[in-house]
Write a protein that binds this ligand. Sequence first.
Ligand code: ZN
Length: 287
Amino acid sequence: MLVSAKEMLQKAKAGHYAVGQFNINNLEWTKCILQTAQECNSPVILGVSEGAGKYMTGFKTVVGMVKGMLEEMNITVPVAIHLDHGSYEGCMKCIEAGFSSIMFDGSHYPIEENVAKTKELVAICAEKGMSLEAEVGAIGGEEDGVIGKGECADPNECKAIADLGVDMLAAGIGNIHGKYPANWAGLSFETLDAIQQLTGEMPLVLHGGTGIPADMIKKAIDLGVAKINVNTECQLSFAAATREYIEAGKDQQGKGYDPRKLLAPGCEAIKATVKEKMELFGSINKA
Ligand SMILES: [Zn+2]
């Protein structure tokens, strides 16, 4: 069932667990994530970056594919289609295409401009019944060519953006996208705690979920994180399983070259990764 992320995240925050956002790249990714969510009876957020949207030929294709799957696969758990790190223009396109949720990444604008654009999007989302994520303090690493260094957000700026009426807030707390370097300093729980003290009920979002140790994830959830984004980890597990299949020469045995066979081990790997994350985040049987 296609829904906004608002209610599932409010429930998660109140229930001290987090809902996973898993980014999709194609039909296999989408199908595997939906199957796992249904099997685990877990709410789920399908993340779509602007780059992935373009790769899939456009946001309308994404909405058509997801809606088709929800029906054909009898998916009854709550599912949101969410724009990940949207530009202002990208947000407008997704609103038109029928997404149920968007993230406006205004973190690179001066705070005044971030506020003005966020206000405008708050009004549109409220009217359309969509949920809106805002970001304060750039999240490090590379996301579709945008490079940040893993800074910590100013809790007062977080409060100012939260008060505009967004549904969830991504704040930089030393987290980064992609693989974490060996010398990574870890999450700043002091920053997270200060943000949660000021923003109260607001579900907080942790980006860059790949490779954050399980105990840090649990502590972040205790401190108000209700949505955790996972992207790289599914890519790594898919690639490793596909490599193993080809290196074992299985694509050259019988009809092992059939894409449905060739991509099957990677699909199983994505499902295993998603399930493992749902277990860690505590969202199983919370649909
Ligand atoms: Zn992100």
